[in-house]
Design a protein around this ligand. Structure first.
Ligand code: MN
Ligand code: MN
Length: 462
């Protein structure tokens, strides 16, 4: 070996090898792991649905609902739910919480199209819903694709109606219309932002009028009649509802080699699921572990179900109190992987990325030392010490990983929940899966990357 070759081997970073660096065994395990994930993703279109599915998975593996009155011992397993939209899974450690807790936190809300509080109208003998989109979407991607309706309506008497339409092939579905290319000369001159505005995202929901020659707007009335027969709701009930339209695509394998997964809501369920399974697979850790799935990340982690809420902090205080220690002492010794996705390098749009620091599909789980935007605004920048600790942990446990910055420095940016965790005086860094087409109705991840995320969370917990 020449001296330069020898020195390069000793001193320089290894070249990226993509999926070639995974062993046959790892690939086999990754493909098997993906099957459970696909089921989770198909069910979990919204945060409420993700909580229901996670609770079921946890109960099947011996988790019980948290009881503040109960004294827990090492190895005990329980879950806590916040308003049906966040769920925490806890496995009590040998040392409990006194040396801090190990946290993996992912978000289970995804970009989508929400109904306005007063949505129903009729125009040109078509019934439509007005919407207000949720999270960062490229609006044109959401037109002319099948959408399903999900959510909850609370009636005046307080009863709740849960709605879920569009997942089965036999279900009806809905869509946002777009202009045909034959007539789009004016539209095509506009910028992408102007060509599709928020007020254009109207959902087509019916076209048949109720039979009656006297009354007007009979198509919308007919829709309301169908909804009333099926769910017992009236138009006023939309005022106390959370209804949302999500893509109705099924999760599918992508590629001739079936190495990738296409689906709606990978951001951030492709981190939530492996964090959940890592907690389920943890039996008796040293310190108590918590996988926490949170809501509202896509709109800034606001509100009492977002990561800016005190819910998780108070829950950890309760765990501390039960063991006779101070909650803030527990937090100050805690460590967290903020489990969120990064943008996978896309060769078709390579100019948006800086390839030395971009994350690539099949290079393993991505650590983002910081997120934010130009000038490192709005981010928690993980310390060298914590980066060192996590890096050593991943290497020790043979977890393939890579570093990733979202894109070129001044081109845009994005945030995660990490900064809110850091504000609780917890050591935290972002770790997750690289995603292609992030925030599109159909996003793409790689199976081995998903599996490496699981191995990373399991390594933290154990
Ligand atoms: Mn995310
Ligand atoms: Mn996102």
């Amino acid at each position: 070996m020449s001296q330069a070759k020898e020195l390069r081997k000793q001193l320089m970073m290894k070249e990226r090898k993509g999926a070639a660096s995974f062993s046959d065994q790892e690939m086999k395990e990754a493909y098997a792991f993906a099957e459970g994930y696909k089921k989770f993703l198909d069910f979990s279109r919204t945060e409420r649905e993700a909580v229901i599915y996670t609770k079921k998975l946890a109960e099947e593996r011996g988790f019980e609902e948290y009881d503040p009155e109960k004294t827990y011992k090492p190895g005990d397993r329980f879950y806590v739910i916040n308003r049906g939209k966040d769920i925490g899974l806890v496995v009590v450690g040998k040392n409990g919480v006194k040396n801090g807790v190990k946290l993996a936190i992912a978000h289970i809300d995804s970009p989508r199209v929400d109904l306005k509080p007063n949505p129903l109208y009729e125009d040109s003998s078509m019934a439509l819903f007005k919407t207000h989109y949720y999270g960062g979407i490229k609006k044109y991607q959401w037109t002319a694709i099948p959408l399903g309706l999900h959510g909850r309506v609370v009636k005046l008497d307080g009863t709740c109606v849960d709605i879920r339409i569009g997942d089965d092939e036999d279900d009806e579905c809905f869509l946002i219309t777009d202009l045909l290319p034959h007539l789009d000369k004016e539209q095509a001159k506009k910028t992408m932002n102007q060509a599709f505005t928020g007020e254009d995202l109207n959902i087509l929901i019916g076209s048949v009028p109720l039979e009656d020659s006297e009354e007007k707007e009979l198509v919308a009335l007919n829709v309301m009649k169908i909804l009333n027969e099926r769910y017992g709701i009236v138009e006023d009930d939309f005022l106390s509802a959370e209804l949302t339209f999500c893509p109705a695509f099924k999760t599918r394998d992508i590629g001739f080699d079936r190495s990738m997964i296409g689906g709606y809501g990978h951001d951030d369920k492709c981190c939530a699921y492996p964090a959940v399974i890592a907690a389920l697979d943890t039996e008796l850790p040293e310190s108590t572990v918590i996988t926490y799935l949170t809501d509202k990340e896509e709109i800034g982690s606001e509100g009492n179900t977002g990561m800016q809420s005190d819910f998780l902090r108070y829950f950890i205080y309760d765990l501390a109190k039960a063991e006779g220690v101070e909650g803030y002492h527990v937090l100050s010794k805690s460590k967290c992987l903020s489990a969120d996705v990064n943008a996978a390098f896309d060769p078709t749009f390579s100019s948006a990325y800086e390839p030395k620091n971009a994350s690539f599909m099949n290079e393993g789980v991505v650590i983002s030392k910081y997120t934010g935007h130009g000038g490192k605004y709005d981010t928690s920048d993980a310390s060298a010490e914590f980066m060192g600790e996590i890096r050593a942990m991943l290497e020790k446990n043979s977890v393939k990983w890579q570093i990733g910055e979202l894109g070129k420095v001044d081109i845009g940016g994005g945030g995660t929940i990490a900064k809110y965790v850091a504000n609780m005086n917890v050591d935290v860094v972002d770790l997750g899966v690289a995603v292609l087409c992030m925030h599109a109705p159909f996003e793409v991840i790689s199976k081995p990357d998903l599996y490496m995320a699981y191995k990373a969370f399991y390594s933290l917990f154990n």
